[in-house]
Design a protein. Structure first.
Length: 131
């Protein structure tokens, strides 16, 4: 990571600590009482790492991406099954690194989310050039 990207990350996060993935999460996500809710799916995979990008990302590999999405699908159902019925949400957005690298699995993720949520206003996908 370049010095500019490192400094930008430190300024944005107000921390000198690097990003780390941890196996910690809340047992429940209390979204049932939210009046307005949008969903964001972070797909942290990139073909190369840009110097300017401060977001959590890793170099793409098909195997790693598939493992990530398999775990994400389990998490969607784990959280979605905590509440009866379907929760209405305004939008669904795929972002992160380059979500288009997982284009073959986007439909699968949307289908899983549609089992638990009603998306009322649309679905967006961050499109970055794949090199």
């Amino acid at each position: 990571m370049s010095i500019i990207a490192s400094l930008t990350r430190m300024w944005l996060t107000r921390s000198v600590k690097p990003f780390t993935f941890k196996n910690e999460h809340d047992e429940r996500l209390p979204f049932a009482d939210c009046e307005t809710l949008g969903l964001y799916v972070h797909l942290p995979f990139c073909k190369s790492i840009c110097n300017f990008c401060p977001y959590c990302k890793v170099i793409y590999s098909k195997e790693r991406c598939d493992r990530y999405i398999d775990s994400l699908l389990k998490e969607i159902h784990l959280v979605g099954n905590q509440h009866p019925g379907k929760k209405e949400v305004s939008s669904l957005y795929f972002g992160g690194g380059t979500p288009a690298l997982a284009a073959d699995r986007i439909g699968e993720m949307i289908a899983a989310l549609n089992e638990h949520f009603i998306i009322t206003e649309g679905i967006g996908l961050s499109c970055t050039r794949i090199m």
